[in-house]
Design a protein around this ligand. Structure first.
Ligand code: F6R
Ligand code: ZN
Length: 184
């Protein structure tokens, strides 16, 4: 019997996802300024906000195949508003997702189709199931890198347009060292 090495390696607590077929992308502030209520011109355009690592094996168009991912969010505040991912619904509302905390601390902001928002606290070891119909966004509320793993169907897709038309109705700030959530 042949014993093969794994295609990828994920050093959960101290590293990232590594392997030849891992796709990485970096979100810089220039492309994220519009997420925030109030821009901060003092922060430069090339400030790194978050990095996404993603691996999918096999045909990504085939239903049932899975992506394995990692999001690493920097501890950046834009006029006091916590660093957040763009956020999205899945295009295929039948496709759920798991998120799991791997470093730092933050929130998983969730929103249903009636624009009702709630959040789950994400910390090392926490596991979060996101129903396919629910919009999701990660928010770094800490002072260190916030690392969150994910597993989801390759056919889920990202519907960013829907979230831009119907934005999350809660914003998260750090004011005088305290996390404050504000409804909009
Ligand atoms: C995939 C997923 C994550 C996010 C990542 C970046 O369905 O939820 O891998 O894509 O956390 O967030 P967005 O895509 O909202 O910029
Ligand atoms: Zn998703």
């Amino acid at each position: 019997m042949e014993i093969k090495n794994a295609n990828i390696c994920h050093d959960y607590l101290n590293g990232v996802i590594e392997g030849q077929e891992v796709i990485t992308s970096t979100k810089i502030l220039k492309d994220a300024r519009h997420f925030y209520e109030c821009d901060d011109k003092k922060l430069s355009d090339d400030t790194v906000m978050y990095e996404v690592y993603m691996y999918s094996q096999g045909n990504s168009k085939q239903r049932g195949n899975l992506n394995w991912g990692l999001t690493v969010m920097k501890p950046v505040y834009v006029n006091g508003e916590c660093n957040m991912t763009r956020g999205h619904f899945h295009e295929d509302l039948d496709c759920a997702e798991f998120y799991f905390g791997l470093g730092g601390e933050g929130l998983l902001l969730l929103m249903d189709d009636a624009n009702h928002c709630w959040a789950e606290k994400v910390e090392v070891g926490s596991v979060h199931h996101i129903d396919g119909t629910i919009a999701h966004r990660l928010i770094n509320t800490g002072n260190e890198e916030f690392k969150v793993g994910a597993c989801w169907n390759t056919t889920a897709g990202h519907d960013y347009e829907r979230i831009e038309d119907h934005p999350f109705t809660v914003r998260v700030y750090k004011k005088e060292g305290t996390i404050v959530t504000e409804e909009r």
